[in-house]
Design a protein around this ligand. Structure first.
Ligand code: ADP
Ligand code: MG
Length: 228
């Protein structure tokens, strides 16, 4: 099991009380599996992603990433686990305006401390995989929204993550482009064998193996298979 949340509860201060924004949430995603996380706005979806990405430490419960119990890890250890084992695709691609598509993806290897010819070849291969093999030298300003998101997908896969997280990755795209980007994401994630959790407001768009529904901080429904 590459990603496992067990009885995760998250609260935030709310005046003199605390507001529960995740209430006893348990989920796991197997290697090669794609799970869609759906639910109304404010139900806690992004909080699940933040906990799984080790950006937010839950009040209670356990988080296991790539077999590592991350619950008790220090901030520095969590950063290392994230760098080595987790890829994240954001709602908008969050690219660096001054860098080319190739440089955005290579940057992951820079941070890792080993940018070499192999890393460049991998970045090129990933960009070709998302259909941008001929746009390596384009900067974000020269790319469409869908193309920028595809760079974001390639970047998220650069560290060969066991766990791939995406928070409404097609929210900024029109329906047709969104469907294309989502297909690419699922295809690349499956090829990579990653445990993939995709938050979406358009569940029909995701060819997921399973679907989990959140409402008011709790999981209210789980499907075993999704036919999309
Ligand atoms: P979703 O992604 O499903 O829209 P979120 O996970 O972003 O939901 O948020 C769940 C709920 O928790 C919302 O009501 C939101 O306002 C609240 N919330 C999230 N983060 C914080 C925070 N840091 N402080 C206070 N409230 C928060
Ligand atoms: Mg959200």
């Amino acid at each position: 099991m590459s990603l496992q949340l067990e009885s995760v509860t998250v609260t935030v201060p709310d005046g003199r009380e605390r507001l529960t924004i995740l209430n006893d949430v348990s989920l796991s995603v197997e290697p090669g599996e794609v799970v869609a996380l759906v639910g109304p706005s404010g139900s806690g979806k992004s909080t699940v992603v933040a906990v799984a990405a080790l950006l937010l430490r839950p009040d209670s419960g356990t988080v296991t990433v790539a077999g590592i119990d991350a619950g008790n890890a220090s901030a520095r250890q969590r950063t290392t686990i994230r760098r080595d084992h987790i890829g994240v695709v954001y709602q908008s691609a969050n690219l660096v305006p001054s860098l080319t598509a190739l440089e955005q993806v290579e940057l992951v290897a820079h941070i890792d401390g080993h940018l070499d010819r192999k890393a460049r070849a991998r970045a090129e291969e990933l960009l070709a995989g998302v259909g941008l093999g001929d746009r390596l030298d384009s900067r974000p300003g020269e790319l469409s929204g869908g193309e920028r998101q595809r760079v974001g997908i390639a970047r998220a896969l650069m560290n060969s993550p066991e766990v791939l997280l995406a928070d409404e990755p097609t929210a900024a795209l029109d329906a047709d482009r969104g469907a294309m980007v989502m297909d690419l994401l699922v295809e690349q994630a499956t090829n990579a064998g990653a445990s993939t959790l995709i938050v979406t407001h358009v569940p029909d768009q995701v060819r997921a193996d399973r679907q989990i529904t959140l409402d008011h901080a709790r999981i209210i429904e789980r499907t075993t298979t999704v036919v999309a």
